[in-house]
Design a protein around this ligand. Structure first.
Ligand code: ZN
Length: 415
């Protein structure tokens, strides 16, 4: 045995017997063990239970004493715009004076400023930025992230961003699931010719990116002023044809039919959903689309609008949580997403834990390996400096993570 974490006040984890994301009341039903231990061998979980039973069955090379603390699964962040250059702190001040996201975009700021800076960056510079971000995410307990391209918006620069993701994935403890988001904004050189850019995406970018195996998922910013529902559909269909699983940025800023389209396309997830219609949510529920909610994005938009998570849970929609890490929502912390989800989406800490671990793993097709503390899964775990999981979201603005174990290795140790 490589490692035993023992004597924890509590071990808390979602469990799914159906291999499906958890819905409705299931999101609240954690497996909770008091005075618990976790045993690890060869990067995998081999024992979960009471300290007395786990330690009598196993002898380990390394032991961690988690007295007074809580063992949780590593967080999975299913929605990040990990790879970009530059920053947008000046635009933040403009937004504080009342300018909207779309006004800033129309004036060439927002995504377009980041696009200019990302195009100028080398792959090495982007890898370096990603690495810094992943270091911070890992210290805050995130052991797997999804990462989108979308600040290159040319064939060459989108591939450069995805190569940076590929390189950092190989060399950093955090696992990274790559998503092609060439349809993030219409690049300025296309002006009003959005159709010309959609054609570039479907005819050139998707085939070459899929061929080079640079992405698993294809995402589109389906929104007024970005890509229409019809364009989104064509892009996602082209992605599917080349083996890229569809995801959608849906109904974030306006009610636009994104939720309906995500259901129709059988997308693995639809993200944001602040303005999703009741009909769209019901369709998503039927098609098994996971709702990835991003309360940190709502918080940073300052519109006071949040996704209706309680309604989604009532409709048996699987709910996941992410940070939406990007230059206008610059937070690496799933703990902050959880704190906001509790207060603004009215999730309980147990539901928020399910949403940021097992359901988040489903949103990136990785639930067979990660997202819960079960025998046979990767040993991705946290030791939280708190006596039980209810401290998640309750204490906020500080990092409660004491230790992080990634595939059985201790990679963060605050003590
Ligand atoms: Zn996003």
């Amino acid at each position: 045995m490589d490692l035993i974490i023992k004597n924890a006040c509590e071990l808390a984890t979602p469990i799914s017997s159906t291999q499906k994301p958890l819905v409705g009341k299931q999101m609240q039903q954690l497996r909770i063990i008091k005075n618990a231990s976790l045993a690890v061998n060869d990067g995998k979980i081999v024992g979960v239970g009471k300290t007395s039973s786990v330690t009598s069955g196993f002898k380990a090379a390394e032991t961690i004493n988690a007295e007074g603390k809580t063992i949780l699964p590593g967080f999975v962040d299913p929605h990040t715009h990990l790879v970009f250059a530059g920053s947008r702190e000046k635009e933040f001040e403009t937004r504080l004076k009342g300018a909207s996201y779309m006004e800033i975009l129309r004036q060439g700021g927002g995504i377009l400023k980041t696009v200019r800076e990302t195009r100028q960056a080398t792959t090495d510079e982007l890898v370096c930025n990603c690495r810094k971000t992943l270091d911070i995410m890992l210290r805050h307990g995130t052991t797997t992230v999804e990462a989108k391209s979308g600040y290159g918006l040319t064939k060459k620069d989108e591939a450069k961003c995805l190569r940076a993701i590929q390189q950092v994935n190989k060399s950093h403890p955090v696992d990274v699931a790559p998503t092609f988001l060439g349809a993030h904004a219409i690049p300025p050189e296309y002006g009003e010719n959005s159709e010309g850019y959609v054609e570039l995406i479907t005819e050139e970018m998707i085939p070459s990116i899929a061929n080079a195996k640079l992405a698993e998922f294809c995402d589109v910013f389906c929104e007024k002023g970005a890509f229409t529902v019809e364009q989104t559909k064509r892009i996602l269909q082209a992605g599917s044809k080349h083996g890229l699983t569809p995801k959608v940025h849906a109904d974030e800023l306006t009610p636009y039919g994104g939720a309906e389209l995500a259901a129709e396309m059988r997308a693995v997830s639809a993200e944001h959903l602040l303005y999703a219609s009741e009909a769209g949510l019901r369709m998503m529920s039927k098609s098994g689309v996971t709702a990835v909610l991003l309360p940190t994005a709502s918080f940073t938009l300052m519109t006071q609008r949040y996704a209706d998570a309680r309604r989604m849970i009532d409709l048996n929609l699987p709910v996941a949580l992410g940070t939406d890490f990007n230059p206008s929502c610059w937070t690496e912390s799933q703990q902050l997403a959880i704190a906001l989800a509790c207060r603004q989406l009215k999730l309980t800490p147990a539901e928020a834990l399910t949403a940021s671990t097992l359901n988040a793993a489903h949103a990136i097709n990785r639930a067979a390996e990660i997202g819960s503390l079960e025998e046979g899964k990767k040993a991705d775990a946290l030791v939280l400096d708190a006596p039980n999981h209810s401290f998640l979201g309750y204490r906020f603005g500080t990092n409660l993570v004491s230790k992080v174990i990634k595939e059985g290795k201790l990679v963060v140790d605050v003590e």
